[in-house]
Design a protein around this ligand. Sequence first.
Ligand code: DC
Length: 646
Amino acid sequence: MEFLDLVPLTGARGRVRLPGSKSISNRVLLLAALAEGDTDIRDLLASDDVERMLDALRALGVHWTRRAGSDNYAVRGVGSAFPVKAAELFLGNAGTAFRPLTAALALCGGEYRLSGVPRMHERPIGDLVDALRQAGAAIDYLGNEGYPPLAIHPASVRAGGVLKVRGDVSSQFLTALLMALPLTGGETVIEVVGELISKPYIAITLALMERFGVAVRRDGWARFTVPAGARYRSPGTVYVEGDASSASYFLAAGAIGGGPVRVEGVGRDSIQGDVRFAEALAELGVRIDMGPNWIAARAPENGRLRAFDMDLNHIPDAAMTLAVAALFADGPCTLRNIASWRVKETDRIAAMATELRKVGATVEEGADYLKVAPPARLRVAAIDTYDDHRMAMCFSLVSLGGLRVRINDPKCVNKTFPTYFERFAEVAEAVPVLAIDGPSASGKGTVAARVARALGWHYLDSGSLYRLTALAGLRAGLALDDEPALAAIAAALPASFEDGRVWLDGTDVTDEIRSEACSAGASRVAALPAVRAALLDRQRDYRAAPGLVAEGRDMGSVVFPDAPLKVFLTATAEARASRRHKQLMEKGMAANMESLLDDLRERDARDAARSVAPLRRLPDAVLLDTTDMDVEQAVSFVLERAPVAS
Ligand code: DC
């Protein structure tokens, strides 16, 4: 399973240019295809769902081109029904392509087959098919009754009249009918049966149809009239707004992580209902600023999100972001009227509940609601994403709790936002790490511990983990080249560090791990790749606010490659030998300069030649030669360059 580890964050700040709206992109593409004239579409979203629509339109005989190196497209409208009268379309998991194309093709007259990924075949479409059948369309289910895949046959479709459609499962059924009905030419009244959900998405549909010259008469949200003789005409150029649902992750990041985080591409003038996510955030105490084309979010005055109990029917997609934001609230939160989550990319109520529990929340799941009580302390977890882009994007916010979060199958964001994690990293402020390495007896351990104390940061002496692994291995009677057994020990090392003491399984082993046997043992187990891999996550989890000083061989290269400061601390072999000599003399031990120097040179050569994690200065490490420095000077040198924790 592919995964992405997001580093612990201390906050979020900055600006993000949003990708184009998925809802607008796929609607505009279909309207431009059906319209008379050419449409120049700017800033179209580049994502899987839009690709599915583009592929389908091409297969149906619509000519379109993409301007090289841009997200701008020219679409030559066909002016009425699609010219290709027989086609098989694969539409992935794109509901915004599947539903409207079903309606348009059913009213076009042709022989079509529409299918998608297995999950698409579990998402209901019966209400739409029922409505289309009332108009005379001939549609068969090729799998389960009420679900894709579908076969559409030529039929004599009635122009005008009254159609009834249910509005309480998915608003996309109504959107699909509205967009397709101008193909019939007659005046058609659509009556919505049941309470219409997700109304703002219908508002997007109506606004875009109007841009293309078709004004639908609306009586409340229960009755819509498509006028007789309605024809789509290209408005020339259409700019696709930024995606308001995608904006929710960044606004929430600003709300949780201090901010301000400013999103550009949506704002007060947006036609997307999800901009009302900003209002929902404001109810949590978040400070929101808004312009025509941008929104910015800052944390509440007192830093903590207020607990909430809200009806979120009007923003079903962005509401998922609130479920994860609830982890940072000052009390239990309730999300109500979200039953449509159950028929989306996955059963989002169940998925959300399961994953929120993994990070420590107490969650109550109802048919159409979710109650989330934040944990006292968030837990590191591997988040499953259920092939649902929004699960992946939502859970990136957990890293703002200052802990690592693993996102399984992160590529699922391609559905609507292929560059999501790059954009997120641009506003994310990672917990800073100061990585210190260098040859033995260079004094790096002393310097690192002193720097950590001065900064008030956490301290990781990674060498002690290898020493502990060796000790635990010896205690278990293992041979120190038994790689799988030692890796298993390393993965579950019952070790803890308290006030400068090191504990293994309840005993104080501070001195024992410094023994000659443990030093030699550590050097052997540290050469085993499986042991290094087993210790990797554990080392990364020392990274916690306000910062970490990490000392050891591969801190800057493997464990924390993104560390903003890496120091390679060294001194000439002579200087190191004479320091060690002095130490030994002070302890009243016999010592010989010549043999100390020989030992050090030999170890340097061995360390540098080692195939696994060899000792070397990284190109981006600052060189600190302490040959002519005392400890104070070395500590000051590092502190002067230390990254500032926000
Ligand atoms: O820094 P130290 O002497 O306590 O390290 C003990 C052993 O572990 C030594 O052989 C170097 C090795 N080590 C390593 O390979 N990678 C690290 N990150 C830290 C130590």
